[in-house]
Design a protein around this ligand. Structure first.
Ligand code: NAG
Ligand code: NAG
Length: 666
């Protein structure tokens, strides 16, 4: 920390020099400069914070909000009643930290925000602590307020990337991003489908920002990485040309800035952030034996499709049966029975079949953090007090579309232990080699959990993290991290420390950029820049509606072609298998699919080297072009191509009836 001043007492100056000498390596971490009416805070010549009466750093105010949940979509009603600029400040101390009081001009005794600037190491719970040259902590004192806004400077040409898993925008500039884990929604545009979804269930159409994994961390082309150390509802806003702003449903905030200087490569910033939120993961080798084939319908059907694929030359690494625990019939069609135990009537002899197929092929299953109220496991959990509850202490039961379910209180260590034991006994002991660890986004804000902070808003965004922890620990405690693969869609900051593999959730079985196959490229790239660089997607997409939205053969094969250049190639039949073209629909599809799986398998040595790099540094496997070619201005606008490692540029065909594409388009 160094200090240059144009005003204030020499005594303060002397203290500042002292603080500077105590810096980590004798280098100045941040520089604080101030005059009577303004101040700036910079690192390596990059201005990170700035304040003047016209452009204050902080605002406080009051608001009311409601978060109405329905099938994992949230109607957020957020009314701001008051927003007051704290346009005056006073430097109160310059030592190891710089203390600044922010208040309203002429009202030094009124509501104020105490801002503390320092440099220091932060631990994300992983292997590596990261030193942030600038940590700004703001706390509101006095006043009847419940909202805080923090602003920092932006350049009109600056670009912002990351934000967790984003499906619409890779460059987030020009938009605001409510940070609230939820369903991605059906359609993210004004399509017929999105409108129909909203009519059926208000809010179930997605929006440009709706995502399973929102995260308030960003890379700026002004050469810094920003992390918000807060888990409740917040809205980073990049829509202004001269500043960025975060709106907090809180009166305290901590902003972490990672920066070197103006010559630091963006790559280094991303790598440092990713290493911080990464754990060395050794994924099972078997994933490279072929595709993970998604099928359902009982033992006979599973084996029949598997044999058919094999007969047509398709290499299969695993069969994925999401309905291993059985099916239920609801008014909305058939759904998996959320009672996590092998259904022996539906899958007779599954235990024997699993052993018979080894060592060539594995069987994987499905689980989520919810329990169907009709099941005995729900009853057991309720009796043990392992479920999220209502105010009256009764299990909080949510409607899931034709049936109801409770949520395991994963914040509760005893509940986690119990759920891990269930996963070990019912899944791993049966011989399942992995599973989709689905959901995690539905926790309502009036639910009571054992989350320490007790704040339901924080608990909502953190449940995905605890769901990831539960899965990792279950597998790790059995010593099976190199044998089992679980994949997840929901995420919170820190989830990348626990998830072996993410997948992009539910896409429409179409070509739309908003919510079809192309959106998975944006998702992989944004999530990769946010610390989770191991991702894949449902080959062929998921969301299907009879006649209106059905999967074509062309879409299926094009998406398989693109999936060959990702870490995991896994098919999904979709929510209406009979309406969709499937890899096993005809011989021609199987033969073409077989060829694409062969490409994936042939790339295994390369793919493994990328996983190894990712394991060590967290650096994303699929990366945007600018990350390797940051001097190339044109690369920043490329959203639908990616580098698969350093050496392969992948430009998937994402449109129907097209047999080639140029590399100069986006
Ligand atoms: C669906 O409803 C949400 C919430 O009211 C709204 O924000 C969104 O624009 C709607 N989408 C469509 C396609 O009508
Ligand atoms: C097993 O699955 C079948 C078919 O999906 C279902 O009818 C039956 O109720 C399930 N049995 C149990 C014990 O869950």
């Amino acid at each position: 920390m160094s200090l240059r001043r144009s005003l204030a007492a020499t005594a303060i100056f002397a203290t500042a020099i002292f603080a500077c000498l105590r810096g980590s390596n004798g280098q100045a971490d941040f520089q604080f400069e101030f005059s009577e009416t303004s101040f700036t805070v910079s690192v390596g010549g990059i201005t990170l914070l700035a304040h003047s009466p016209e452009n204050p750093i902080a605002f406080v105010g009051r608001g009311t909000s409601s978060f109405a949940e329905s099938l994992g979509s949230f109607l957020v009603d957020d009314a701001i009643e008051e927003k007051v600029a704290l346009d005056a400040f006073e430097v109160e101390g310059v030592g190891e930290t710089v203390e600044v009081a922010l208040f309203r001009a002429g009202e030094p005794g009124g509501v104020r925000v105490q801002m503390s600037l320092s440099s220091g190491e932060r631990d994300a719970g992983g292997m590596v602590a990261l030193r942030f040259p600038l940590v700004a902590t703001l706390a509101t004192l006095g006043g009847d307020v419940n909202r805080l806004w923090v602003r920092w400077p932006a350049d009109p040409s600056e670009k912002i990337f990351g934000g967790g898993e984003q499906f619409t925008y890779l460059n987030l500039r020009g938009h605001r991003f409510p940070t609230w884990t939820r369903e991605g929604g059906i359609g993210r545009d004004d399509s017929f489908l999105a409108n129909a979804a909203n009519l059926t269930n208000p809010g179930s159409a997605g929006d440009y920002h709706t995502t399973y994994w929102p995260q308030a961390s960003f890379l700026s082309t002004r050469k810094y990485y920003f992390v918000s150390d807060f888990h409740g509802y917040q809205v980073p806003d990049f829509s202004a040309s001269g500043y960025h702003e975060i709106y907090y449903h809180a009166t305290e905030a901590t902003l972490l800035f990672l920066a070197g200087d103006t010559a630091t490569p963006l790559r280094d910033l991303v790598r440092d952030f990713c290493t911080w939120t990464n754990r060395p993961f050794q994924l099972p080798d078997w994933i490279f034996n072929g595709a993970i084939l998604g099928v359902q319908g009982g033992t006979d059907r599973m084996l029949e499709i598997y044999e058919q694929c094999r007969a047509n030359g398709v290499s299969i690494s695993a069969i994925w049966i999401q309905d291993w625990s059985g099916k239920i019939t609801t008014t909305l069609g058939t759904r998996v029975f959320w009672n996590w135990r092998w259904n022996q009537t539906w899958y007779p002899d599954l235990d024997v079949v699993i052993q018979d197929l080894l060592p060539d092929v594995r069987i994987t299953g499905y689980i989520n953090p919810y329990l169907n109220t009709e099941g005995d496991i729900f009853q057991e959990a309720a009796g043990l007090g392992h479920l999220v509850v209502e105010r009256n202490g009764e299990p909080y039961v949510q409607e899931h579309g034709g049936f109801a379910a409770g949520t395991v209180d994963l914040f509760r260590p005893e509940a986690r232990r119990w759920y891990k034991d269930l996963m070990k006994a019912n899944m791993m002991d049966l011989g399942l080699a992995g599973w989709m660890a689905d959901f995690g986004e539905y926790l309502p804000v009036d639910a009571f959990t054992s989350h320490e902070g007790g704040d339901p808003y924080e608990a909502h965004n953190l449940l995905p993290l605890y769901w990831a922890i539960t899965n990792r620990e279950a597998v790790e405690e059995e010593g099976k991290m190199e044998e089992i693969l679980f994949w997840m869609r929901s995420g919170s900051p820190g989830s990348s420390l626990h998830q072996q593999m993410a997948w992009a959730g539910d896409q429409n079985v179409n070509w739309e950029e908003a919510d079809g196959m192309p959106s998975t490229v944006t998702a992989a790239l944004s999530l990769g820049l946010s610390g989770m660089g191991r991702t894949h997607f449902d080959v062929g997409g998921y969301t299907t509606f009879v006649i209106v939205l059905e999967r074509s053969k062309e879409l299926l094969l094009r998406s398989a072609e693109y999936a060959a250049f990702t870490s995991v190639m896994r098919t999904h039949e979709g929510n209406m298998p009979a309406s969709n073209h499937q890899v096993y629909t005809d011989d021609d599809t199987m033969e073409q699919f077989a060829r694409l799986v062969d490409v994936y398998v042939a790339l295994a040595p390369y793919a493994k080297s990328l996983l190894a790099e990712n394991s060590e540094t967290g650096f994303p496997i699929q990366r945007p072009l600018f990350l390797e070619y940051e001097g190339d201005e044109a690369s920043y606008g490329v959203q639908y191509q990616y580098l698969y490692g350093r050496d392969l540029l992948v430009a998937p065909v994402l449109q129907p009836e097209v047999v080639s594409r140029g590399l100069t388009d986006e």
